[in-house]
Design a protein around this ligand. Structure first.
Ligand code: IPM
Ligand code: MN
Length: 360
């Protein structure tokens, strides 16, 4: 058995970020006890926490820590203090955006998979959401998030920029993944209106020409937002820009039952970062009610991507078990909810106690 030593940068951030990461670390501890792996954990500051302690949403120290680690686990960033005061020009989110940009994490993958046990939790008809399984490929380092911004008292702009190179890079990743899945990609854009979308479409069409084993279709964002709740099973890979991907992923979480369940990975050529899709959910901070599964499933994705299939499988199995037994937080279990830490404890012992079961 291959033993790994992995240096992981942990950025707990704001709101519920720290408490959900504690549960992810429990899961990593269980994996390390079971398989002998060593996870070397180094903590760094980001977001409002970093502003409070260092005056900046992210520091060189944190960036360097991330660059010198094998991978990064992030909790959440954001604080209503800043959301409710638009005049502040230092904001927690800038820390995450700078980290994504500096590490060139252009490709953000957000898997959307429904659990049978949770079909009745979601507000959409069960027949519509059963067996939904698609992945959103969201570009993460360009677009309206990163273009020039300007404002005067009565006017403002945010420029959306894309270049062919970056579109090509994320599109190639989507094609690679499509080849391992259902060989189908849907590009989501607004090519009837936006120049950037026309560049996306043109670029993806060129790649499609050279990769004819993959079926590619094209859909406008307004229609895609409707199709996601009408007929979500038609999708396998949704490829889209930064802003559209942000919006579609929150929408898609409704199919699964809770935003708290969604994992994500962001990677570039050298670095990777794993984080739940949900935000800092400050109202729940310190109450031990937040769903840790989005972060824990991200850890499972991390192990899978580092080649540790058995470890990842064990985490997924424990997660499914917790969902099936209702050992879950109140976002998906209103009748008899468990605390955040109880979910973490259950997963810890579930991973460790089932030595005799065969691992496929
Ligand atoms: C996400 C979040 C971030 C984003 C925020 C916190 C800047 O909503 O990762 O989806 O908009 O990208
Ligand atoms: Mn978002």
């Amino acid at each position: 058995m291959k033993i790994m030593v992995m240096k992981i940068a942990i950025l707990p951030g704001d709101g519920i970020g720290p408490e959900i990461l504690v549960q992810s670390l429990k899961v990593l501890k269980a994996i390390s006890l079971k398989f002998g792996h060593k996870f070397l954990i180094y903590k760094g500051l980001i977001g409002a926490e970093s502003i409070k302690k260092k005056g900046l949403p992210i520091t060189k120290e944190t960036i360097n820590l991330c660059k010198s680690s094998d991978t990064i686990l992030l909790g959440a960033v954001g604080d209503p203090l800043y959301d409710n005061d638009p005049t502040r020009n230092i904001r927690p989110e800038q820390g995450l955006l700078e980290l994504r940009k500096k590490l060139c994490l252009y490709c953000n993958m957000r898997p959307i998979k429904t659990y049978n046990k949770l079909l009745k939790v979601a507000p959409i008809k069960q027949a519509v959401i059963k067996n939904v399984n698609f992945v959103i490929f969201r570009e993460l380092t360009s677009g309206i998030y990163f273009g020039n911004k300007w404002r005067s008292k009565y006017e403002a702009y945010d420029i959306c920029t894309y270049n062919k190179h970056i579109i090509k890079k994320i599109a190639m990743k989507a094609f690679e993944t499509a080849r391992k899945r259902k060989k189908k990609i849907t590009l989501v854009d607004k090519a009837n209106v936006l120049e950037t979308s026309r560049l996306w479409r043109e670029t993806v069409k060129e790649i499609a020409q050279e990769n004819q084993d993959i079926k590619v279709d094209y859909i406008f964002i307004d229609n895609a937002s409707m199709q996601i709740v009408l007929q979500p099973r038609q999708f396998d890979i949704l490829l889209t820009d930064n802003m559209f991907g942000d919006i579609l992923s929150d929408e898609a979480s409704v199919l699964v039952g809770s935003l708290g369940l969604l994992p994500s990975v962001s990677f570039g050529n050298h670095y990777s970062l794993y984080e739940p899709v949900h935000g800092s959910f400050t109202q729940a901070k310190g109450k031990n009610i937040a769903n840790p599964l989005g972060s824990i499933i991200s850890v499972s994705l991390m192990l899978e991507n580092f080649g540790f299939q058995k470890e990842s499988f064990l985490i997924n199995r424990a997660v499914t078990e917790s969902i099936n037994l209702g050992i879950t937080t109140k976002d998906i279990n209103t009748k008899n909810p468990c605390t955040t830490s109880a979910v973490g404890d259950f997963l810890f012992s579930s991973i460790l106690n089932k030595r005799k079961r065969r691992i496929r």
